[in-house]
Write a protein that binds this ligand. Structure first.
Ligand code: PLV
Length: 322
């Protein structure tokens, strides 16, 4: 069996983004992972550790954690059941089935699908695969930063890192990776959309809180409660984590600009991160003194995502009227 299920992804310089920010922007292209997103790093690692002899895995997902679990399970010859909320577009269900998974649609948002996945794990004796809240996931995700450090070489370090936050697993993995390579002082810009803002709400409240509902179209950011570890990191004085929000319209515009300029289609969860550059947020943070005026290279994690195609993009444009 392969050592890892994930790939060492390209680190590309973006001319268009660099022009906008006024510093070199590097894109970590995790959209090109097998399964379509960074999720395979952590989930592949977790499945290799916990599901080798499993009679089956079960994962609740907005889509991409499920895609990664289904991919890893197929590689391991283990059956996969993925529970998705009804808010996930039909194309996600199709793609999961194409990956060989049995798909169950339960509840309206991820938290409800997760309750069903936990129930199935219990009653059917399946291995539960969490999408964002587990140390093995964070360890797996941290490989992304180790790869970036190797690509950039010892003389270059990022001025800041941009990530999207759903349940906070990617953020925790990035923090761990930054620690591993000695970049703990590099500021992280943690991006969410309005209406899928559980991390921002926790930072503002000074404690983990649960959102009433997910009203954003970025359904893969749609956990109602951020994981405890991500919140703890936000309170850690050795780290600088800047929590910021964009609107769905800004995330969608970012997807379109990214498609035009980089010729890559990503979903809303990733668009939220890209919007940090395209909406002018990074520049604003510099103007406000929250990031240095002379900023070192900006690292943007292109987390990817399978919940998008041209039809879905058109439907989002219609819904959000951009
Ligand atoms: N998506 C999870 C959680 O959904 C899922 O089930 O697929 N970018 C993309 C493309 C994602 O799919 C996700 C998470 C994130 C970013 C955020 O990662 P997280 O959850 O580790 O903060 C509810």
């Amino acid at each position: 069996m392969a050592k890892h299920f994930h790939l060492n992804t390209p680190l590309l310089e973006s001319v268009g983004m660099s022009k906008r920010v006024g510093t070199t922007v590097y894109l970590k292209m995790d959209n090109s992972q097998p399964s379509g997103s960074f999720k395979i790093r952590g989930i592949g690692h977790l499945c290799q550790q916990l599901a080798r002899k499993s009679k089956g895995v079960v994962c609740a997902s907005g889509g991409n954690a499920g895609m990664a679990a289904a991919y890893a399970a197929r590689q391991m010859g283990v059956p996969a059941t993925i529970v998705v909320p009804s808010s996930s577009p039909p194309l996600v269900v199709q793609r999961l089935q194409d990956q060989g998974a049995a798909v169950k649609i339960t509840g309206n948002v991820w938290d409800e699908a997760n309750a069903e996945a936990l129930r199935l794990a219990e009653t059917e004796g399946l291995t539960y695969v969490p999408p964002f809240d587990h140390p093995l996931l964070w360890q797996g995700h941290s490989s992304m930063i180790t790869e970036v450090a190797a690509s950039l070489g010892p003389s270059v370090r990022p001025g800041a890192v941009v990530v999207s936050v759903g349940g906070g697993g990617l953020l925790c993995g990035v923090v761990q990776g930054l620690k591993d390579v000695g970049w703990m002082d590099v500021p992280i810009i943690a991006m969410e959309t309005v209406g899928a803002n559980c991390f921002n709400a926790a930072v503002k409240a000074g404690k983990v809180v649960t959102l009433d509902d997910i009203t954003s179209e970025a359904k893969c950011l749609g956990a109602k409660t951020v994981c405890k570890k991500a919140f703890e990191y936000s309170q850690c004085s050795e780290l600088t984590i800047i929590s910021e929000l964009v609107t769905d319209q800004q995330a969608l515009q970012a997807i379109e600009t990214f498609l035009d300029e980089e010729r890559v289609l990503v979903e809303m969860a990733c668009g939220a991160g890209l919007a940090a550059v395209y909406s002018g947020l990074v520049r604003r943070l510099q103007d406000d003194g929250r990031l240095p005026t002379l900023l070192g290279p900006l690292l943007v994690v292109v987390c990817g995502g399978s919940s998008v195609d041209m039809k879905e993009l058109t439907s989002l444009k219609h819904k959000l009227q951009t």
